[in-house]
Design a protein. Structure first.
Length: 585
């Protein structure tokens, strides 16, 4: 198969973007939310969980597949984000091609997004996976509006997968509905209703049965795709009276188990304005060229009454206002850079043509391409210091791979729980507060004792090790006494210090343990409602009873749909390239 020059260049941009994202994933610090969302997936498939109280299940299943294939690491924890973030470069190209029918504009937009500093630094968690499916849904929605009605099915499937990755993808639905209603006035063949007769005579309202059926089937299709979450929440609520985060905090259904844990800020306009200011500063810092070109391109096309500029601009504002009014989490706003990138290539080409026309020299246009390449190089050089140094938490996880499987790892209580749950998820680790009572219990546990390696991970006193000041102060005195004990009885191995303020001191020795003690140690592995690694599934907060045959069948049907969703999500990787090669013209 002959590869077009345009596609070859695009693939180079994809490889460039993927390379930068892999480097960032290998080194960047792990934030508390990411600790939750990358620890929960460990063995979630074998645990047989339909969903969780934290988030929708698709991202967790995709992440666990990566763990099973390649093991746990900072890269595999971020593998879905690397994969779908890189594939979003192709979607940017396809959407821009559909918007402007211009390969130059498409390639420039794809290039600017591939090296986007903001997108690379925030290529984390399930947001990027959700935004990929959102973009894919938008692409097929555009084909539905511009070409054939059948593309709405593909748009709905992609939208459903996006909802199963991050429910806030639903914010696009009102934009879809309003835009369709406006467009239906211009294209009566796709309208739900039409009128016959002259204005001076009696008019009749005709129902477009094909379109009514199309929308009815697509609504059912969307409900089917997201049904695993609906089934999960029904079974959980009917048995335990609780639901997942979104049903609880957004819809007010079920007992609120999140009270005091954060993430439930009421919407506030003032917060949205503050987030908008911070985002503008971040975009100018990491993506000044893309931000300025994309924003000016969108605004100029809005003045020219371009329908798609209105479409993307309205969603951008809606997402910014609603999401920004609730949270300032940076990864939630990568979609804004994605949208602005769609118009950046148009602005660049228009500016190049205008200046070359004024100068009446073709060499000026060539100079613009050199300028674009230079900007890309400078952007990568500027980004390099941000993504190449390795964080202390990532280094701690890398150190854990050197710890023998039978070792006991005691962790300073001054170290935030999420850090050691993430770094030592497959080890026999123990929070320091449990160590004294464990030593007492070891005397009463039957069985021959075996001498095993003992490690103590201490928090360096140059930081709070992830805790708030009041939590750090609460555990400090006990930590000091524990640290003194291990310093006297163990040998100092090394200090783990990365690019951030955290430092972890490692001490090594040995301890006599019966095999039965490991169960007692591992049962303490709880983090945000769930047992780490799902070894003790009965400790999960959402263990609901099935009881009746009807509930058993309902859950099994939920799993059938969920596994089908996962397969479709994996298939979509190849589908993007199929569309690129077969349908981009």
């Amino acid at each position: 198969m002959k590869i077009k020059k345009t596609h070859a260049v695009l693939l180079l941009f994809v490889l460039l973007g993927a390379g930068l994202r892999i480097i960032a994933a290998h080194n960047l610090d792990v934030n508390p939310d990411e600790m939750i969302y990358t620890v929960i997936p460990v063995n979630i498939i074998s645990a047989g969980r339909l969903s969780t109280v934290e988030q929708a299940p698709l991202f967790f299943y995709l992440t666990d597949i990566g763990y099973q294939l390649f093991g746990f690491s900072s890269i595999t924890a971020r593998l879905p984000a690397i994969l779908f973030g890189s594939l979003s470069i192709v979607l940017v190209f396809l959407i821009v091609k559909l918007l402007f029918q211009d390969d130059r504009k498409s390639l420039i937009s794809a290039f600017l997004f591939s090296i986007s500093g903001y997108a690379i630094l925030n290529n984390l968690e399930m947001d990027i996976t959700a935004f990929f499916f959102l973009l894919l849904s938008i692409y097929f929605y555009m084909l539905f509006i511009l070409k054939k009605a059948k593309y709405l099915y593909l748009s709905t499937i992609a939208l459903g997968l996006g909802l199963l990755s991050k429910p806030f993808v639903a914010l696009i639905i009102p934009v879809y509905v309003v835009f369709y209603l406006i467009h239906s006035f211009r294209s009566p063949e796709k309208a739900l209703f039409s009128r016959t007769g002259e204005k001076t005579t009696e008019e009749n309202i005709i129902v477009n049965r094909k379109m009514v059926l199309l929308f009815f089937v697509n609504i059912l299709l969307l409900l089917l795709i997201v049904s695993p979450v609906l089934v999960y929440n029904y079974l959980l609520y009917s048995d335990k009276g609780i639901t997942d985060f979104y049903f609880t905090t957004m819809l007010g259904i079920g007992e609120n188990i999140y009270e005091g844990l954060g993430g439930q800020k009421p919407w506030a306009l003032q917060r949205a304005f503050g987030v908008a200011r911070n985002l503008s500063a971040s975009f100018l810092k990491y993506d000044a060229v893309l931000f300025i070109l994309g924003l000016s391109g969108m605004i100029s096309l809005c003045f020219r009454k371009n329908q798609w500029a209105y479409f993307f601009g309205s969603y951008l504002l809606f997402h910014l206002l609603y999401t920004g009014g609730r949270t300032g989490s940076s990864s939630h706003f990568v979609i804004l850079i994605l949208i602005l990138s769609l118009f950046s290539g148009h602005s660049f080409v228009a500016l190049a043509e205008k200046i070359s026309g004024l100068c009446k020299r073709s060499s000026v246009r060539k100079g613009f391409w050199l300028v674009l390449g230079a900007m890309g190089v400078l952007n990568v050089i500027f980004l390099a210091p941000q993504i190449t140094p390795t964080s202390s938490i990532v280094l701690l996880e890398q150190f854990s791979s050197r710890i023998p499987d039978q070792a006991l790892v005691v962790v300073d209580p001054l170290v935030y729980r999420g850090i050691y749950a993430w770094a030592f998820q497959d080890k026999h680790y123990l929070e320091g507060t449990y160590f004294p009572p464990l030593m007492e219990q070891l005397q009463n546990i039957p069985g021959e004792k075996t001498v095993v390696p003992l490690y103590y991970i201490s928090c360096g006193r140059n930081s709070l090790c992830g805790w708030k000041p009041e939590d750090y102060a609460r555990a400090f005195n006990f930590s000091e006494s524990l640290r003194s004990y291990f310093r006297e009885n163990l040998q100092f191995v090394e200090a783990i210090k990365g690019s951030d303020v955290l430092t972890f001191e490692v001490y090594e020795g040995s301890v006599g343990m019966p095999l039965g003690a490991y169960d007692a140690v591992d049962q303490t592995h709880q983090y945000y409602f769930y047992p780490v690694g799902w070894k003790y599934k009965e400790l999960a907060v959402d263990n609901y009873a099935l009881g009746t045959i009807a509930r058993i069948i309902l859950e099994k049907l939920g799993f059938v749909v969920l596994f089908a969703d996962v397969l479709i999500a994996i298939f979509s990787i190849g589908a993007v390239f199929y569309v690129l090669w077969k349908r981009s013209d």
